[in-house]
Structures are given as C-alpha cells and as structure tokens.
Design a protein around this ligand. Sequence first.
Ligand SMILES: [Zn+2]
Length: 364
Amino acid sequence: MAQMGRAAVMTSADGRIEMREYPLPDVAEGCILAKVNCCTICGSDVHSWAGSRPVPLPIILGHEIVGTIVRCGPGVSHDCNDTPLRVGDRITWTLMDSCGRCYYCRIAGLPMKCRHLKKYGHDSCGQPPHFLGGFSEYCYITPGTCCFKLPDNLPDEVAAPANCALSTVIAAWEAVGLSPFENVLIQGAGALGIYGAALARHYGCNRIIVSDILDHRLDFIKNFGVTDLLNTNDMNQEEIIDQIQAVTEGKGVDCILESAGIPDLIPLGLKCLRKGGRYAEVGCVFPRAQFQSDAFDLVSKMITVKGVHNYDARHLHKAVHFLHATQDRFPFHKIITHRIQLEDVATGLNIAKSGEAIRVAVIP
Ligand SMILES: [Zn+2]
C-alpha cells in the first residue's frame, strides 16, 4: 500500500476543515516532495477560509511554508541560487508555479500573473498529487516553482513568512523605488508592516512611521526600526495629516505601504504623501474593496500608486538573504506568537482572524 500523508482540508465554502489522508505521489521529473516543517497562517488564508474570496474545494490552505526535501524527481539538481539540492535539505519556495513561456512570464515580466499560474494553498487538492498546500504533512513542489535552500542557522519559524509576507513587501518597496533617507508611512502594524519597517530601516530610511488602531500591535512593531508610532483610533483625518507633516518638515512622506487591507486608508494616505510621493497598495487582497478618492489629489500632487500582488523569484531570494543578515538585529522569531498542530488549523485560523496573533504557525 502507498505511504499516506495527512492534511487539514477545507471541504465547504463555510470554512469546514477536516483531517484527510492522501497517498504520497510519485515524484515526476523536476518535482520535489517536501515534508512540511512549519507553515504560518497568512492574512489571505484567513480571507479564503472566512469566505471573503472564493476558493476551489476541497483545498489545503497555507502557503508560507518551510519544508525538508524527502524525494527529488529526475532532473532536480540545484535551487534557483545554483546551490545543489539533496534529500534532507531545508528549503523555502515561491508561493507560485509559473510556466515560464507565456506572455506574462516572458514579455511582461510578471510571472506572478502567468497564464498557467498555480499557487500553493490556492488550488484544489481533490486530484493527485493532492499535497498542494501547507496545512499538511507534505507538499508537492512542481517544476515552475523556484526553490531556495535555507541557511542552517535560519530557523523554520523565522523563514516561513519569507515566501509571502516578506517577499511581497520587498516587491512593494521595489515597485515604489524606496531610497535611503526617505520618510515612509506604513499603514498597518501586522506582519507585512513589521517587515516593511525592518526593510525601511535596513535600506537607510529616515522617519519610519507606523499607524494602527491596536496598541499591542504598535507596541510590538517598535522593535523593528520604527521611529514614530501613531495610534489613529481617536484621531480624525486632519490630526493624522498634521502629525505626518510635523515629522516630515511639512512635506508629507515620500512613500506609503498600505498593509492593513482597509480600503479607506488609501484616500487618507494620498493626503499624507508629499508632492511626487509613491503609494504601494498590498493589503486589499480580496474583491469589492471599494474606496472613494479625489482624483485631484493624484493629479495635483503628481502621485504614483502601485498595486503589488505577490512577487517574483528574485524577491524571495532577497528575503532569505535579508532574514539571514538581520535576524540578530530584528526579533523576527517573536513574530510567531502562537503554535498549533495540524488538527487545530481551524482554531489557528480563528486566532489569526481575531487580530490577537502576529503570525500563527502550524507545525505538522
Ligand atoms: Zn500570503
């Protein structure tokens, strides 16, 4: 009988999750079977589970994964950093598999929008190879994915959010061309905001302002290079803008990262930018995120708005390097505030949804 692996499977649109067993697949050419060491719960997993965006059923959610190679298919020899890969190596991998041949992969430079895109934790597990998400004992990695061997001293829990939260923020700062000595506002002190602040500090930014409405989140993020904390809970729009002006010589910030996923933060952010400022929108990863804005703010202030959804392999490459280089400087290990077992994924999703956790780790 084939060897089996267990997974926490979402089986209905109302978020029912049950444990299922599937046979481990044969490993085809260019593919890898990894044992999942750790998978952190991303905000988008919560959106999928809570029904705010449609997903194919049944599905194994989870895409912020670190695993250990248990089988390599023929032709697997090196990772995307040209490092040899062997059974027993710990790896992270891009959350998407792109074909490398279509218009978006080859011409537009947007492999995350590949015409044949597959994403871990986003596709149905109903058919073999089944193991396509992180809330599982195993994950089957297909050839259009970019893998990276992890440095020995980079812990699983530190590395897990690299392939979604951290890589996305690296892509976002790149998209708006964040430069040394600039002033930034980060709207939202969750995991994306934490990485956004640490990166801005690492890149040599000047004022790194973070806004949120939860004191415990602001208290946590101050260890990640932040210079100014703004609890906007009891502030009106004018007070927020005044505060930003006060710490930026009356100009407003150069760049903003919206990572809270609250569409109404966008028009407010446009008013907090300096003339010629750049706005990176990454938080609203669900449909019908409506906002109302004055286009005159865009025109008269010559503002650039960039939507950033996922990332390219080079951003994950940088993410691993960044964590490795700065893990002694920033307390990334504390981002995992809760640990749960595979059987308790529903509990973990509830904790993540409540806002009580920074990141919940599922340890199969
Ligand atoms: Zn994610």
